[in-house]
Design a protein around this ligand. Structure first.
Ligand code: SAM
Length: 217
């Protein structure tokens, strides 16, 4: 998008165009569709990644040659399955979920997928579970998609526990358009952006709510 266009707020996509390109490039097989539909079916919030964003995380981790990955924010396991698909057969996804009901649905969903042996669902707060994973590191990637006020903390953990070349991915980094507000939550998210830049080669992709990507130096 050229600068003039972005200043004018122009976008070149429509719902139909996005649906078509998603069908072509990020289609769901039965396991992914089940995981994507699980929040609606089990009365959980339907706040999983969009199909193209989830496919993007998979492709980026493949590019990074990832084998061991951490996720903060499992919900029903949709993104965890995409992460698992990026890894070799002996790969590991450690996904952390605070809400036991979400974790239970995720475990059920993941158990029926071919990648189930690569995924471990840990129940607890990211801040409490991450230290228990450290001995399994260094990790090749982390996907952060949970409580927004802790992104700065998760980013610091990532800087310590990702290998050089490891991938940092943070979703919702525009903070639902509140990133520049004068609140503790927004300040924490701005710290996440600024501190990530100190340890990672970074870019912020303008997905609907922003996705920060970083490669550990
Ligand atoms: C946006 S959803 C995750 C969606 C999932 N990554 C996907 O795309 O399929 C955020 C999840 O993070 C969980 N969560 C919130 N606070 C958390 C915390 N402190 N630690 C771990 N998980 C947390 C929520 O319960 C929710 O299930």
């Amino acid at each position: 998008m050229a600068d003039n266009d972005s200043r004018a707020g122009l976008v070149y996509f429509t719902r139909a165009l996005l649906d078509w390109t998603t069908q072509v490039h990020a289609p769901h097989d039965a396991a992914l569709q089940q995981a994507f539909d699980a929040p609606g079916k089990h009365d959980l919030p339907a706040i999983q990644l969009g199909p193209s964003e989830a496919r993007l995380t998979e492709l980026l981790l493949k590019l990074a040659g990832a084998r061991k990955v951490v996720e903060v924010g499992t919900l029903a396991g949709y993104s965890a399955l995409r992460l698992a698909r990026a890894l070799p057969p002996d790969g590991e996804v450690h996904t952390i979920e605070f809400d036991p009901r979400h974790a239970e649905v995720a475990r059920q969903v993941i158990a029926t997928a071919d990648e189930s042996r690569r995924v471990t669902v840990h129940v607890g707060r990211g801040v409490d579970v991450l230290p228990t994973l450290e001995a399994k590191g260094p990790f090749c990637g982390i996907f952060i998609d949970a409580d927004k006020e802790s992104y700065d903390l998760y980013g610091r953990w990532a800087a310590k526990h990702l290998r050089p070349g490891g991938l940092l991915i943070g979703d919702n980094v525009f903070l639902f358009s509140q990133l520049l507000e004068d609140t503790p939550r927004a300040a924490a998210m701005r710290r996440f952006h600024e501190e990530a830049k100190q340890h990672f080669e970074t870019v912020c992709i303008p997905t609907p709510d922003g996705m920060l990507l970083g490669i550990r130096r």
